[in-house]
Structure formats: structure tokens, C-alpha cells
Design a protein around this ligand. Sequence first.
Ligand code: 1YM
Length: 645
Amino acid sequence: MATSPVSKNTKSDYDASSIQVLEGLEAVKRRPGMYIGSTGPRGLHHLVWEIVDNSIDEALAGYCTEIHISVHPDNSVSVSDDGRGMPVGRMEKYDKSATEVIMTTLHAGGKFDGQGYKVSGGLHGVGASVVNALSEWLEMEIRREGHVFTQRYERGFPQGDLTKGRKLKKGEGNGTTIRFLPDPEVFTETQEFSFDTLSRRFRESAFLNKGLKISLVDEREEDRAVTYQYEGGIRDFVAHINEAKDPVHKTVFYLEREDQAGDVEVAMQWNNGFQDSVFTFANNINTHEGGAHLSGFKAALTRTINDYARQKNLIKEKEENLTGDDIREGLAAVISVKLREPQFEGQTKTKLGNTEVKGLVESSTNRFLAEFLEERPGEAKAIINKALQAARARQAARKVRDTIRKGYLESSTLPGKLADCSSKDPARSELYIVEGDSAGGSAKQGRDRNFQAILPLRGKILNVEKANMNKVLSNVEIQAMISAIGAGVGESFDIGQCRYNKVVLMTDADVDGSHIRTLVLTFLFRNMPELIEAGYVYIAQPPLYKVTHQRRDHYVYNERELRETLNRLEANGNANIGRFKGLGEMNPIQLWETTMNPQNRTLLQVTVDSAAVADELFTALMGDKVEPRKLFIEANAREVKNLDA
Ligand code: 1YM
């Protein structure tokens, strides 16, 4: 919002600002990706985040308690809140209502008074006008000053002024409702809103804004509705993360501190797993790259736990201190700060730069955690024991790792089962990780040995969610993968050393195959996340059926294609349909033609959108509690497929 003093309303001023408005929204239409990241599914959902963020800002300012979102059958979305209602007064400088200025001016999200926190301003944070520009139509309803105000836009152009309509009924409170239809000329592929994507984000927002009620209704399907409201805020978030795990102590640690510099909230609880799940947020934005709040938290955690353990003689005088990694093993934690002027840095602008926040988080965590431990000696002991166990396992793992490094990495011996390619150029080279020796044999014969390497895995690899590092690194199949990829593992992983820029998982198209694939993906996600982030990990798509018709073979990859192929061939029962039970059933030539030949194959690239989502997914799939896992697979079958994609 232009907060500069209102200048004299001369005719030329009016023209100038009108032209600016037009140019602004035109720029958005010309290059939508610059403003919302993409015109794919992410950009589409971004439109909703942009509008809902305005409602959340209103909640942060203390005026809004409920947000309701509906997805309508025509793929339009409405967002409604019970805040003050967007300002409706006339703005002299623009000769327009404030509403229209907000809806047609880029970055007009700023607060009039410069007070309070804002969600927007993070990753994209471009304001409602961008949504307006990219919507075929958008309708506003503002309940404020005793009346209902309405206005409609088409592709960002107002269709008439903001109109003051009927009086508010008794009991009808203030608020804002925006309904919009994403412009099909911008979001070209048929794109629909995903209930799962929307609901997951709203649940996260509800966790991060204690007490705020967010409900979502999907009118496209019956009975698809959720409501989130958490009186415990991020305390409930941590409990949710640990839902599928076994906590090692009862009470979720929680602190809240309001300070001149900003508000801090920390919640944590240890579980008996081996990974840490520490999520950080600044003004509700997920700071994937960490930053000042995370550094402050880590420093305080390491120091306070060590101090306590020494004071209670749980670490002996001549023993080493526990490391940060030891202490964070099995830790589920959420750190959320709210700042007046957050500085976002880093490659993806998700690293918090405000240096003053480190001390703030550090001192509050030190103090509250020391008290927490003093007051609950039983829980404190369980936490320290968990870290001591981690320390022992880590020392053992270090020995194993040294052996691996000496044995494989340093002398650059490759595993015996690997049929390497002749190319030494990682950019050209591909590693196929193949399920079973027989499929491995076909792949070895069928491949193009110039640039395709084959590593067969025997049976199931170890489930890394259920084993500590020591065991993981002692597993032969895992050792073979690590040394074939050649870039090390864990903290010492170096993507620059990676011997292949494509690592392709090729498993049977059945339940066992998908289980093995999940196991390998879990291992990679936990121990070489950079490999996935770099986009080096792929999934091969072997065909499900071979349709033979008039002596020609047609390979088919799913049931829908099977029906289509049969229709197309007008086979009328004259075709022979063979189902491939596994990769091993294909001869080398078939395997090459259908699954490995770059000319014909489809590879699905593995991407992990949000670390928190991925973490939840892997824990639910691979953790040891059966019930949540079953539920999760049922509820997220589509997402699991997306994750693979
Ligand atoms: C469904 C979307 O946009 N709600 C909303 C937006 C605003 C206000 C209240 C608001 C803010 C302020 C004062 C203030 C906005 N105001 C602005 C601007 N819901 C939705 N609810 N009064 C009302 O921040 O001071 C932008 S959005 F620019 F006026 F501040």
C-alpha cells in the first residue's frame, strides 16, 4: 500500500496512478510465473494462499477468529473471514475506494499504520491484486460500517465501483469474502484444486495460530470437509508429529515469550525414533533453510541438556559432552517466531536473517528448558538417556563409516554387483537400481553400457526408520548403494562427487516393488536428501501389459491405456493380452525398449515439496505403528503417487 502522504489530487496525478495500476496488472498477466512461482498446480494453489494470508494477517492483528474456505463445483474458490472487513473508504489520491486500490495495485498489501505482523512478504507475498489479475472473475463482499459492500472484477478490471448495499442484519458481523475463478487462459492444463494440498496447509496455519478456526468445504464431493482449531497451537503440532511414534516422555515442552523484538514460541517432545523433525517458521512462513531462530534453539538445547546431565552426574566428569546431533535424535520440535520486519535470505528465501532473534530464542529456551527439566526429573532422565544411547550408537557408527570409507570410497572400489557404465561423465551417466538378481540380469543385457550402470538389490533393504545409523551403515545392500553413488552419506555427503546425475529406481509394478521403492526412497531421503533436492532421483515406469495384435506388440502402462489401446486397435477379442508380473519376465530387449531406452521411456522425477510433509509421509509409511500407517495410505493414496512423481 502506498503509505506516502496523500498528495494534492490534481488531474495529472490521477492519470499517472491509473496508468501505473494498468501497467502493474498487465505485467502480472504477461509473466504470471514471476509473481506466483508457476502456472502449474503450485501457482494455482498459491492464489488461495495469497487470499487466505490476508485473513491470517487480520487474525494476527487480533480481529479475526474464523476463516472459511469453499471449493465450488466450477473450480472457483471463496475465502471468508470475520475480521474488520477490508477498508472501503475513498482514497483521494487514486479517486477510488481503498478496496479497489488494494485489488488493483501491486504490493498494496501493506498496513496503513505500519503496525503488527504480516504473513505476506515471504516467498511470494504479492497481495490480492495478483490473484485478481489472474482470475477470470473475482467477487468481493465486505461487511463493514453497518453495510454490505460488493464489487466484481473480470481479469483485474473492475466491473463498476464498489457498491454499498443492504444493511447488516442483527448478529451479522464484519468481515471479508472473496470468491474467484482462476483464469483458464493462464492455468492452461486442466487444473483442479487438491483437497489434500489445501487441507494440509490450513492445518499447518491453524497449528501456527493458536485458537484460529479454519474450515474447508469441498463442494465438488459430498462429505469432504474439515475444520481445524488448536487451542494448544504448536504444542498440538508437536503432538501431531509424534502421533505415529512413541514419545519417550509425557509432557510436550512449551514456551511462549513476547518481547520488543518479537514473539517466540517453542514446542518439543522426544520420541523413540532416530530422526529429528525440527520445523521452523517466521511469520507463519516455513523457514526450510533455518536461520537465526534455529541457531538460537540448537545452541540452547545443547547447552542446557549438557549442563543438566553434568549437574545430575548423568555424564561423568571425564566423559565427553553430548553433541547436538545426539541430543536431537528422535526430537520433534516446532519453533515459531513472529517479527515486525522479518528478513528472509538464502537460496529459496526461506532462511531467517534477523540476527537479534538468535539471542531471543536462545535465552528463552535456556531458561524455560532448565525449569522444565528441574520440575520433571523422571522425564528429564528419559530424555538424557535417549541422548546417551544416541551418543553410543553414533560412536559405533563412526567406526563402521570409517571402515566403509577406507574400504570403498577412498580406494574407490566399486561394489561387486555393480555393472558400471563406461562413461565417467556424471552428466551423461545413469545408475539403475534394480529389484532382484533376475531383473538385474535382464537389465545388464538390455542396457546401453556406454552410459547406463546397473546395481541389482537382493530382496528387501533395511527399513531405515526402524534402525539406528550403525545398523543402517552395516547393511550390505545400503553399502553397495552408497559406494556406487560415490558421494558419501549423511553429513559427509558431497553432491559434487556423485557419479551419476540420474539414479533410477526400477522395481516391479506390484506391492512388493512399491514397498522396496519406498524403502530405498526413505533411505535416500534420510541420508542423501541433497540427491533428491538436486532432482537426480527418478522412478522407472515398466509396462503392465503387452497387447499382441496382428503380430505387433503394444506395451501398455496402466488400465486406462489398456482400454484405450484395445479400442484403438478395434481388437474385438482378437488381441492377446499378457500381464507382466515382474521385470524379470521381460527379456532384455523388451526391458530396453519399454523402460530403459531414453527415446521411449517415461521417468518420473522424485521431488519432495515440503520437508514437513515428506517427513510425515515417510514416518507414517515406514514407522512401526500400524494403525496410522494404514490410515495414512488410505487418506493420501493420491499424494503418495504424487510424491513418487
Ligand atoms: C478473504 C480475504 O482480505 N481480509 C481483510 C483484509 C484487510 C483488512 C481486514 C484490514 C486491514 C487493516 C485495516 C489494516 C486488508 N487491509 C488492507 C489494507 N480477507 C481479507 N480484513 N482494516 C482492515 O491492516 O490496517 C489490505 S488487506 F491495505 F487496507 F491495509
